[in-house]
Design a protein around this ligand. Structure first.
Ligand SMILES: *Cc1c(COP(=O)(O)O)cnc(C)c1O
Length: 382
């Protein structure tokens, strides 16, 4: 929570929940990444928060962009990024979107199987694009992450060798290897194992005359919710040591794709208590607190109670009691915290404002357009 956000909310008059993002915090985060990993290019993961002013700030600071769709590519271009600062990092792309990306000047693509390589090769031929680079994503188990990314993306390292060989064979530049250690990764050592696999892929392909040059270290850098997290410097140090361990003095070019770590702590959601109730008159009956924002209004990452946001109220000096916290919609899935109830002030009342911190990433983009007639989460960038 910054003074600037506090000021902004004090003056705000509109009704309904909103997210406020402080660009000064984003600027700070960018420099922290740049300092902690000085030889690494930063590709901000646009999906975390695609607000145009935020993208423009990052473009001005020199950031590159990891995109997942043509729309995200256009957002990055509109923000002032040149096409050589954009990667199409989604491993699941339509061929016509690959062609469109090539027409827009993008030359860097993620793949994780031979059929995806084929699409890029065909789109390259159709558009006459030159110097198209591909990197192959490998699987990562996501251990230590609070929001793991599962087996949906990436392939086993042995298969990555074949995928990159295939890319080379069909006239693409086999450029490197990528992975993602899982989002909100609390373990600074989580990059080590995947870097070992990446080095193995580099060596095996070098013996076949194919020389990779880049490792994409993905995202995963955490933001602070309720628990302390290691500093970005600790991640930088640990990654540098792992690179040295596995690549010796031939460290490849590297990129990172921070999303949550770049914008999470820059945002605060202001919401309102709509109802406080109990399900029976029993003394020990738990209180239910219903907010005007829930899973469909932007707090989708409370799914399985994975991400636990810090919540502040004006009554935090008062005694607290465990509460079930829920959203306002008529869907029973719209409960934020129930398995692990959330301690909130006993005095919390209908109409009170609550501040949900650490909500700069993965909130506005997850909010429904109008489920139950609730409008999408409003967002202000200051
Ligand atoms: C979502 C995503 C990121 C950002 O991950 P964070 O954990 O938010 O830093 C980075 N790279 C890729 C390919 C992604 O899909």
């Amino acid at each position: 929570m910054t003074e600037r956000i506090r000021d902004f909310l004090r003056r705000r008059r509109e009704d309904g929940p909103c997210l406020v993002v402080d660009l000064e915090v984003v600027r700070d985060n960018y420099f922290k990444f740049a300092r902690a990993l000085p030889d690494t290019r930063v590709f901000y993961a646009v999906k975390a928060n695609p607000e145009p002013q935020l993208l423009k700030l990052l473009a001005d600071l020199g950031s590159s962009f990891d995109t997942a769709s043509v729309v995200e590519i256009e957002l990055a271009l509109d923000a002032g990024a040149t096409s050589d600062r954009i990667s199409f990092g989604n491993t699941i792309k339509k061929e016509r979107d690959v062609a469109r990306a090539l027409e827009l000047g993008v030359r860097l693509f993620a793949v994780d199987c031979e059929d995806e390589v084929e699409k890029i090769a065909r789109a390259k031929a159709a558009t006459g694009a030159e110097d198209v680079q591909v990197f192959c994503r490998i699987l990562c188990d996501g251990a230590g992450a609070e929001w793991p990314l599962s087996r949906k993306f990436g392939c086993e390292p042995e298969l990555a060798i074949e995928v990159l060989e295939h890319a080379h064979r069909v006239g693409l530049e086999a450029y490197g290897v990528s992975f993602h250690v899982g989002s909100q990764q609390g373990n600074t050592e989580a990059w080590d194992q995947a870097l070992g696999s990446a080095a193995m892929i580099f060596h095996t392909l070098a013996e076949k005359g194919i020389h990779l040059s880049m490792v994409n270290l993905g995202g995963g850098f955490p933001t602070r919710y309720l628990k302390d997290i290691p500093a970005v410097e600790a991640y930088g140090q640990s990654i540098f040591e792992a690179l040295s361990r596995h690549f010796g003095n031939r460290i490849p070019a590297t990129i990172i794709e921070p999303g949550r770590g770049m914008v999470g702590n820059a945002g605060v959601i202001e919401a309102e208590v709509v109802l406080v109730s109990k399900k029976s008159r029993a003394e020990d009956e738990i209180r239910w607190v219903y907010l005007d924002i829930g899973k469909f209004g932007g707090l989708a990452e409370t799914m399985d109670e994975s991400i636990r946001y810090p919540i502040r109220t004006d009554r935090d000096a008062d005694a607290t009691t465990p509460c079930v916290l829920a959203g306002p919609t008529c869907d029973s899935a719209d409960v934020l915290y129930e398995k692990a109830p959330y301690p909130l002030p006993v005095s919390l009342s209908i109409g009170d404002k609550v501040l949900i911190e650490g909500t700069g990433a993965y909130t506005t983009t997850y909010s429904a357009v109008a489920f139950n007639g609730f409008p999408p989460l409003k967002s202000y960038v200051i």
